[in-house]
Design a protein. Sequence first.
Length: 266
Amino acid sequence: MIRPVLIDTHAHLYEDVYAEDRADMILRMQSAGVAKAYLPNVDETTIEPLLNLCENYPEIFVPMMGLHPCSVKENWKASIAMIEKVLFSNPSRYAAIGEIGLDYYWDKSFIPMQQEAMILQAQWANELNLPVILHSRNSMDDIILLLKKKIKVTRTGIFHCFTGSLEQAQRIIDMGYYLGIGGVVTFKNAHLPEVLKAIGPEHLVLETDAPYLSPTPYRGKRNESSYITYVAAKLAEIFEIPFSKIAEITTQNAQKVFNQTVLTTE
Ligand code: NI
Protein backbone atom coordinates (compact mmCIF):
# COMPACT_ATOMS: atom_id res chain seq x y z
CA MET A 1 0.00 0.00 0.00
CA ILE A 2 1.30 3.44 -0.89
CA ARG A 3 1.16 5.72 2.10
CA PRO A 4 -0.44 9.09 1.42
CA VAL A 5 1.92 12.06 1.40
CA LEU A 6 1.05 15.05 3.54
CA ILE A 7 2.34 18.63 3.31
CA ASP A 8 2.61 20.99 6.26
CA THR A 9 2.07 24.41 4.69
CA HIS A 10 2.97 26.39 7.81
CA ALA A 11 5.44 25.44 10.56
CA HIS A 12 8.04 27.36 12.56
CA LEU A 13 10.34 24.35 13.00
CA TYR A 14 13.47 26.51 13.21
CA GLU A 15 12.47 27.83 16.65
CA ASP A 16 14.58 27.21 19.77
CA VAL A 17 11.99 24.88 21.34
CA TYR A 18 13.27 22.14 19.00
CA ALA A 19 16.95 22.70 19.81
CA GLU A 20 17.21 19.52 21.89
CA ASP A 21 15.52 17.05 19.57
CA ARG A 22 15.12 18.63 16.15
CA ALA A 23 16.60 15.65 14.24
CA ASP A 24 14.24 13.22 16.03
CA MET A 25 11.32 15.53 15.40
CA ILE A 26 12.16 15.49 11.67
CA LEU A 27 12.37 11.66 11.70
CA ARG A 28 8.92 11.51 13.33
CA MET A 29 7.63 13.86 10.67
CA GLN A 30 8.96 11.66 7.89
CA SER A 31 7.59 8.45 9.42
CA ALA A 32 4.19 10.15 9.66
CA GLY A 33 4.30 10.71 5.89
CA VAL A 34 4.84 14.47 6.00
CA ALA A 35 7.03 14.97 2.96
CA LYS A 36 7.46 18.71 3.12
CA ALA A 37 7.01 21.68 5.40
CA TYR A 38 6.88 25.31 4.33
CA LEU A 39 8.51 27.58 6.89
CA PRO A 40 7.19 31.14 7.33
CA ASN A 41 9.52 33.83 8.58
CA VAL A 42 8.64 36.03 11.59
CA ASP A 43 11.13 38.91 11.74
CA GLU A 44 14.82 39.72 11.22
CA THR A 45 15.89 37.47 14.13
CA THR A 46 14.38 34.30 12.60
CA ILE A 47 15.93 34.61 9.13
CA GLU A 48 19.18 32.87 10.00
CA PRO A 49 17.75 29.83 11.86
CA LEU A 50 15.10 29.46 9.15
CA LEU A 51 17.59 29.49 6.28
CA ASN A 52 20.00 27.20 8.14
CA LEU A 53 17.32 24.57 8.64
CA CYS A 54 16.27 24.75 4.99
CA GLU A 55 19.89 24.42 3.91
CA ASN A 56 20.42 21.35 6.11
CA TYR A 57 17.29 19.60 4.80
CA PRO A 58 16.74 20.97 1.28
CA GLU A 59 14.40 18.11 0.30
CA ILE A 60 12.05 18.69 3.22
CA PHE A 61 11.95 22.36 4.14
CA VAL A 62 11.06 25.29 1.92
CA PRO A 63 11.59 28.86 3.15
CA MET A 64 9.11 31.71 2.88
CA MET A 65 10.01 35.31 3.64
CA GLY A 66 8.10 38.16 5.27
CA LEU A 67 7.49 40.23 8.38
CA HIS A 68 4.85 38.92 10.81
CA PRO A 69 2.25 41.53 11.85
CA CYS A 70 3.04 40.98 15.56
CA SER A 71 6.59 42.10 14.79
CA VAL A 72 5.43 45.41 13.29
CA LYS A 73 6.49 47.76 16.10
CA GLU A 74 8.26 51.15 16.41
CA ASN A 75 11.26 49.93 14.40
CA TRP A 76 9.30 48.09 11.72
CA LYS A 77 10.80 50.07 8.83
CA ALA A 78 14.27 48.81 9.73
CA SER A 79 12.97 45.25 10.11
CA ILE A 80 11.16 45.26 6.81
CA ALA A 81 14.18 46.76 5.04
CA MET A 82 16.32 43.86 6.24
CA ILE A 83 13.73 41.32 5.12
CA GLU A 84 13.42 43.03 1.75
CA LYS A 85 17.17 42.85 1.28
CA VAL A 86 17.30 39.12 2.08
CA LEU A 87 14.29 38.38 -0.12
CA PHE A 88 15.42 40.33 -3.17
CA SER A 89 19.00 39.07 -2.97
CA ASN A 90 17.71 35.57 -3.89
CA PRO A 91 13.99 35.69 -4.68
CA SER A 92 13.78 32.28 -6.38
CA ARG A 93 14.76 30.70 -3.05
CA TYR A 94 11.35 31.48 -1.52
CA ALA A 95 8.01 29.75 -2.06
CA ALA A 96 5.86 32.59 -0.75
CA ILE A 97 5.76 35.93 1.04
CA GLY A 98 4.88 35.19 4.64
CA GLU A 99 3.78 35.37 7.09
CA ILE A 100 2.20 38.76 6.62
CA GLY A 101 -1.16 40.22 7.57
CA LEU A 102 -2.91 41.89 10.48
CA ASP A 103 -3.18 40.88 14.13
CA TYR A 104 -5.84 42.73 16.15
CA TYR A 105 -5.63 40.38 19.13
CA TRP A 106 -2.59 41.81 20.91
CA ASP A 107 -1.45 45.39 20.45
CA LYS A 108 -3.90 47.58 18.53
CA SER A 109 -1.69 50.70 18.45
CA PHE A 110 0.26 49.52 15.41
CA ILE A 111 -2.70 48.69 13.17
CA PRO A 112 -1.97 51.44 10.59
CA MET A 113 1.66 50.29 10.38
CA GLN A 114 0.58 46.64 10.11
CA GLN A 115 -1.64 47.60 7.18
CA GLU A 116 1.16 49.52 5.51
CA ALA A 117 3.55 46.56 6.00
CA MET A 118 1.00 44.11 4.63
CA ILE A 119 0.34 46.18 1.51
CA LEU A 120 4.04 46.66 0.85
CA GLN A 121 4.74 42.93 1.16
CA ALA A 122 1.76 42.03 -1.01
CA GLN A 123 3.31 44.30 -3.64
CA TRP A 124 6.54 42.28 -3.37
CA ALA A 125 4.49 39.13 -3.93
CA ASN A 126 3.15 40.57 -7.17
CA GLU A 127 6.53 41.81 -8.25
CA LEU A 128 8.07 38.35 -7.70
CA ASN A 129 4.98 36.37 -8.77
CA LEU A 130 4.72 34.63 -5.38
CA PRO A 131 1.70 33.69 -3.27
CA VAL A 132 1.10 35.22 0.18
CA ILE A 133 0.64 33.53 3.57
CA LEU A 134 -1.84 35.60 5.55
CA HIS A 135 -2.09 35.85 9.32
CA SER A 136 -5.58 37.15 10.11
CA ARG A 137 -6.14 36.93 13.86
CA ASN A 138 -9.31 38.93 14.70
CA SER A 139 -8.73 40.85 11.47
CA MET A 140 -10.10 38.73 8.64
CA ASP A 141 -12.66 41.25 7.38
CA ASP A 142 -10.04 44.01 7.19
CA ILE A 143 -7.63 41.72 5.33
CA ILE A 144 -10.34 40.81 2.82
CA LEU A 145 -11.09 44.53 2.42
CA LEU A 146 -7.42 45.37 1.83
CA LEU A 147 -7.10 42.57 -0.73
CA LYS A 148 -10.21 43.79 -2.54
CA LYS A 149 -9.67 47.56 -2.40
CA LYS A 150 -5.94 48.22 -1.98
CA ILE A 151 -3.84 45.37 -3.30
CA LYS A 152 -4.98 42.41 -5.36
CA VAL A 153 -2.45 39.60 -5.07
CA THR A 154 -2.13 37.94 -8.47
CA ARG A 155 -1.02 34.52 -7.24
CA THR A 156 -3.41 34.61 -4.22
CA GLY A 157 -2.27 32.32 -1.37
CA ILE A 158 -3.38 30.91 1.98
CA PHE A 159 -5.42 32.32 4.84
CA HIS A 160 -3.30 30.62 7.47
CA CYS A 161 -5.04 29.19 10.57
CA PHE A 162 -8.52 29.83 9.22
CA THR A 163 -11.14 29.78 11.99
CA GLY A 164 -13.76 32.11 10.54
CA SER A 165 -17.42 31.90 9.61
CA LEU A 166 -19.01 30.24 6.58
CA GLU A 167 -19.59 33.66 5.06
CA GLN A 168 -15.91 34.59 5.46
CA ALA A 169 -14.83 31.21 4.08
CA GLN A 170 -16.94 31.75 1.00
CA ARG A 171 -15.59 35.25 0.39
CA ILE A 172 -12.02 33.94 0.68
CA ILE A 173 -12.69 31.06 -1.72
CA ASP A 174 -14.38 33.44 -4.17
CA MET A 175 -11.19 35.50 -4.20
CA GLY A 176 -9.22 32.38 -5.16
CA TYR A 177 -7.51 31.81 -1.82
CA TYR A 178 -7.05 28.57 0.14
CA LEU A 179 -7.85 28.01 3.81
CA GLY A 180 -5.04 26.70 6.03
CA ILE A 181 -6.51 24.21 8.51
CA GLY A 182 -4.63 23.18 11.65
CA GLY A 183 -5.08 21.89 15.19
CA VAL A 184 -8.01 24.18 16.01
CA VAL A 185 -10.31 21.95 13.94
CA THR A 186 -9.76 19.14 16.47
CA PHE A 187 -10.69 21.23 19.53
CA LYS A 188 -13.89 20.47 21.39
CA ASN A 189 -16.74 22.91 20.72
CA ALA A 190 -15.00 24.33 17.65
CA HIS A 191 -17.50 25.69 15.11
CA LEU A 192 -15.00 25.06 12.34
CA PRO A 193 -16.08 21.50 11.39
CA GLU A 194 -19.56 22.75 10.49
CA VAL A 195 -18.15 25.57 8.35
CA LEU A 196 -15.77 23.19 6.57
CA LYS A 197 -18.47 20.61 5.98
CA ALA A 198 -20.46 23.27 4.15
CA ILE A 199 -17.62 24.32 1.86
CA GLY A 200 -15.94 20.95 1.17
CA PRO A 201 -12.24 19.99 1.01
CA GLU A 202 -11.45 21.48 -2.40
CA HIS A 203 -10.03 24.74 -1.02
CA LEU A 204 -8.20 23.44 2.04
CA VAL A 205 -4.53 22.92 2.83
CA LEU A 206 -3.07 21.36 5.98
CA GLU A 207 -0.83 23.19 8.42
CA THR A 208 0.42 22.84 11.99
CA ASP A 209 1.69 26.34 12.89
CA ALA A 210 4.11 24.33 15.05
CA PRO A 211 5.22 24.85 17.81
CA TYR A 212 1.80 26.46 18.46
CA LEU A 213 -1.78 25.17 18.33
CA SER A 214 -1.23 21.43 18.85
CA PRO A 215 -4.21 19.30 17.87
CA THR A 216 -6.07 17.15 20.37
CA PRO A 217 -4.71 14.95 22.08
CA TYR A 218 -1.61 17.18 22.38
CA ARG A 219 -3.48 20.45 22.92
CA GLY A 220 -1.41 22.84 25.05
CA LYS A 221 1.84 20.96 24.38
CA ARG A 222 4.55 21.71 21.84
CA ASN A 223 3.31 21.04 18.32
CA GLU A 224 5.30 19.40 15.51
CA SER A 225 4.69 18.47 11.87
CA SER A 226 4.01 14.76 12.57
CA TYR A 227 0.84 15.79 14.46
CA ILE A 228 -0.67 17.00 11.20
CA THR A 229 -2.03 13.45 10.85
CA TYR A 230 -4.55 14.32 13.60
CA VAL A 231 -5.75 17.28 11.54
CA ALA A 232 -6.04 15.16 8.39
CA ALA A 233 -7.87 12.42 10.33
CA LYS A 234 -10.34 14.99 11.66
CA LEU A 235 -11.00 16.28 8.14
CA ALA A 236 -11.55 12.70 6.94
CA GLU A 237 -14.15 12.34 9.70
CA ILE A 238 -15.83 15.68 8.86
CA PHE A 239 -16.11 14.94 5.13
CA GLU A 240 -16.67 11.21 5.60
CA ILE A 241 -13.98 10.31 3.10
CA PRO A 242 -10.82 8.19 3.55
CA PHE A 243 -7.69 9.67 5.12
CA SER A 244 -5.80 8.94 1.89
CA LYS A 245 -8.28 11.09 -0.04
CA ILE A 246 -7.78 14.02 2.34
CA ALA A 247 -4.02 13.62 1.92
CA GLU A 248 -4.36 13.57 -1.85
CA ILE A 249 -6.64 16.63 -2.07
CA THR A 250 -4.74 18.81 0.40
CA THR A 251 -1.36 17.87 -1.07
CA GLN A 252 -2.58 18.75 -4.57
CA ASN A 253 -3.92 22.04 -3.25
CA ALA A 254 -0.61 22.87 -1.57
CA GLN A 255 1.21 22.12 -4.82
CA LYS A 256 -1.17 24.45 -6.66
CA VAL A 257 -0.53 27.27 -4.19
CA PHE A 258 3.24 26.92 -4.20
CA ASN A 259 3.59 25.91 -7.85
CA GLN A 260 5.08 22.55 -8.81
CA THR A 261 8.39 24.05 -9.76
CA VAL A 262 9.02 25.01 -6.17
CA LEU A 263 8.61 21.40 -5.12
CA THR A 264 11.07 20.06 -7.63
CA THR A 265 13.76 22.67 -8.22
CA GLU A 266 16.51 23.67 -5.92
NI1 NI B 1 2.78 31.14 12.04
